[in-house]
Design a protein around this ligand. Sequence first.
Ligand code: SF4
Ligand code: SF4
Length: 185
Amino acid sequence: MDQWLAQGLHGEMDYLERNRDKRYDPAVLVPGAQTVVVCLLSFEHSGRDYHRRVKSLLYTLEAKLKESFGEDIVSSTHQHIFCDSAPMLERRWCVEASLGFIGKNHQLIHPTLGSMVHPGEIVLNQVVETNETPTAYQTICADCRLCLDACPTGALRNTVWDARQCIAYETHHCLVCQNICPYNT
Ligand code: SF4
Ligand code: SF4
């Protein structure tokens, strides 16, 4: 990410240059953080106000976690539930949690839900053991390059996404590279 920022490919998203310490280390964002739990909600279940829907589900999860592990499982002084609202490398945590891989369209792609998903996180103050061994997704795009060829502006250049050329970044009205992806059909 540092390299991408240094090349200026983030355009006018200046906020990405700030709070990098928090972005790279959740314990700076939420003192006492030990575990990041990530969840995905598909577009069709999240509706327009996806922040509210995702956070509502995470608050329900938080209540259940407190019941099982005690109130101290989360910070009582710092915000610890997030959905697209904090300096948090959401996609990184999703990949680490085996919720998908980063495709050539630079979207997080879940193998069955595709990329039309919203991530949400709850940061815990305890280490939580998982039941399953994480799946190591690399990229499952293989030889496909449908999104690269379909992008109308050339914003996708193999390993690089240039926000300055991306219509979605400018107007939020381009889903070409997601609609064409076989994981979304
Ligand atoms: S959102 Fe549109 S312009 Fe941006 S990378 Fe995807 S296809 Fe290209
Ligand atoms: S369209 Fe093809 S290359 Fe692009 S993200 Fe989807 S699978 Fe990968």
